[in-house]
Structures are given as structure tokens and as C-alpha cells.
Design a protein around this ligand. Structure first.
Ligand SMILES: [Zn+2]
Length: 87
């Protein structure tokens, strides 16, 4: 009878340990999704000089409803000048 109680207690703690282990795995996965470092390092192309710049360093500009990223203010100004001159 005592042996049965010991087995039940062992199974109970094993089950609890397994549950907390699963919860830890789940929280690890959501933590990685929240930080998402791959979006931070995304490369975007400067439409004027065709240079690739990291999205976080690019000069974010909205041109005609489209969001573009430039490597410098010079490229941005020239691109806007040319695109408005064409119209
Ligand atoms: Zn540029």
C-alpha cells in the first residue's frame, strides 16, 4: 500500500515537472517572436543609388503613398526632384 502511494507521488511530481517544462518552452517561443531581431536587420534598397541599407538606418520617406528608404538626404532629395520633374 505504501509503495502505491510513493508511485502516485512520483507520478504527480513528474507530471508537474513536465507541465512547467512545457510552459517554459512556450514562453521561450513567444519571447523570441516579440523581439524578432530578423526584422531589425532587414535590408532595404535605396531607389536612387540602388545601395542596400539596414532598414533601421535608412531614411524613411513617404513618396506618393509609398514608403521608401534612402541612404542619405541627398539621395532622397534627388529622387524626389526627379520623380516630381517627370510628372
Ligand atoms: Zn543613396
Amino acid at each position: 500500500m505504501i509503495r502505491l502511494i510513493v508511485i502516485v507521488i512520483i507520478v504527480y511530481f513528474a507530471y508537474r515537472g513536465f507541465r512547467s517544462w512545457l510552459r517554459q518552452l512556450g514562453s521561450d517561443r513567444t519571447g523570441a517572436a516579440e523581439s524578432s531581431p530578423e526584422i531589425d536587420d532587414e535590408m532595404v534598397q535605396d531607389p536612387y543609388c540602388q545601395t542596400y541599407v539596414p532598414k533601421r538606418d535608412g531614411l524613411r520617406t513617404r513618396v506618393g503613398g509609398e514608403v521608401l528608404y534612402f541612404c542619405s538626404e541627398t539621395c532622397r532629395d534627388r529622387y524626389i526632384d526627379e520623380s516630381t520633374a517627370r510628372k
